[in-house]
Design a protein around this ligand. Structure first.
Ligand SMILES: Cc1cc2nc3c(=O)[nH]c(=O)nc-3n(C[C@H](O)[C@H](O)[C@H](O)COP(=O)(O)OP(=O)(O)OC[C@H]3O[C@@H](n4cnc5c(N)ncnc54)[C@H](O)[C@@H]3O)c2cc1C
Length: 323
């Protein structure tokens, strides 16, 4: 019996989301009186992987063959399936990211295992296994009972938090048997469309809303993000209008983020927006309407015209950094 966590490999590096997922798996394992094993796929240094020993992972199966560096979902599914068996896992924990969404359902079919996507909390019961997930775009919660012997859940990133628990982590090389029948395509090259910090991992996020008025007004926001070393985000109408990419959309129906600092510019603070950013440690709002709801959740507020204030903020931070 164990809990298996899927350790996503970000080009040989781990990210904060790996530690959050390990923390979640570790709390489940604690409640079940068992240990956490992990499966990692593709090349990655053991030194990097050892970071997981701080978050309760005691054994890691490393399928480190370079041919696995690019995710092919059918192959990754086979690797995780064999890891489930090797680890004797009862519960498998994935991130609710593109990688998790691609592999977890396939694994569920192969193992005939119950799968609950998009969980945000620990199971409320382990026998029977019951875990809740948001439904109707977060308007309600459904308690889902999983009856199969193996249970699969995927955790929404930035909803659970990171909890330290030291372990002696053992890393074992893992050589799965791969059947390539039915693998019809392979990614041979990848290029990032845009360099930049991942919203999930950024410590500082600068975000723009409809109050920016036009996509042509984003330059000062980009400059502010650059001087602060921040990632850029936006409200949903901004991405719906095509002013910014949906990759930047935060909120109930977008990404859920938990940076140290969230700067919301020209964003009213609708409940659906706040649902995605309330995990921020500090919220700063810049808005010209004193009744904007964002001021009710902000730690600091600037009541003024964004177009006037932003260039001054950028200038002030540039000066500050020179000192
Ligand atoms: C089911 C559902 C899911 C949703 N999911 C999301 C979600 O995931 N994320 C999300 O963001 N929204 C979501 N929404 C939409 C949400 O309800 C709001 O409509 C949206 O967040 C508003 O975006 P906004 O704050 O950019 O625009 P607005 O509400 O139009 O606010 C613009 C703000 O800019 C201010 N402003 C205007 N001019 C200036 C200026 N010159 N200087 C400074 N401030 C200025 C205004 O005072 C105002 O407060 C969802 C809605 C529904 C129904």
């Amino acid at each position: 019996m164990s809990v298996l966590v899927y350790v996503q490999n970000f080009g040989g590096k781990l990210k904060k989301q790996n530690f959050e997922l390990a923390s979640y798996a570790s709390k489940i394992a604690e409640a079940m009186g068992t240990d956490v094993a992990g499966i990692t796929i593709g090349e990655i240094d053991n030194e990097e992987l050892q970071k997981l020993s701080k978050y309760g992972v005691s054994k890691l199966l490393k399928a480190g063959d370079p041919s696995f560096n690019t995710r092919i979902n059918k192959i990754y599914t086979q690797i995780v399936e064999q890891a489930v068996e090797a680890a004797g896992a009862d519960v498998v924990v994935f991130p609710n990211t593109n990688a998790g969404k691609a592999v977890a359902p396939r694994l569920s079919v192969r193992l005939k295992a119950g799968y609950v996507p998009g969980v945000t909390e620990l199971p409320s019961s382990y026998d029977p296994f019951i875990v809740s997930k948001g439904v109707f775009t977060g308007k309600a919660f459904a308690n889902v009972k999983v009856n199969t012997s193996v249970k699969i859940v995927s955790l929404m990133i930035n909803t659970f938090g990171v909890f330290e628990k030291e372990t002696d982590l053992v890393i074992e090389d893992f050589a799965p048997q791969i059947d390539t029948t039915g693998v019809t395509s392979k990614v041979i090259d990848k290029k990032l469309s845009k360099e930049g910090l991942s919203l999930f991992d950024a410590d500082i996020v600068v975000s723009g809303g409809r109050g920016m008025k036009s996509p042509d007004n984003w330059k000062p926001l980009e400059e502010l993000a650059e001087v602060l070393g921040a990632a850029l985000a936006c409200s949903r109408p901004v991405s719906d209008e095509g002013w910014r990419s949906h990759e930047e959309h935060v909120g109930q129906t977008g990404k859920i983020i938990a940076p140290n600092l969230y700067i919301a510019v020209g964003i009213s603070g609708a409940i659906q927006h706040i649902a995605g950013v309330s995990g921020a440690k500090c919220i700063v709002a810049l808005n010209n309407d004193s009744d904007a709801p964002i001021f009710q959740v902000a730690d600091y507020g600037i009541l003024d015209d964004a177009h006037k204030v932003l260039p001054k903020l950028v200038e002030a931070f540039r000066e500050f950094k020179k000192e």
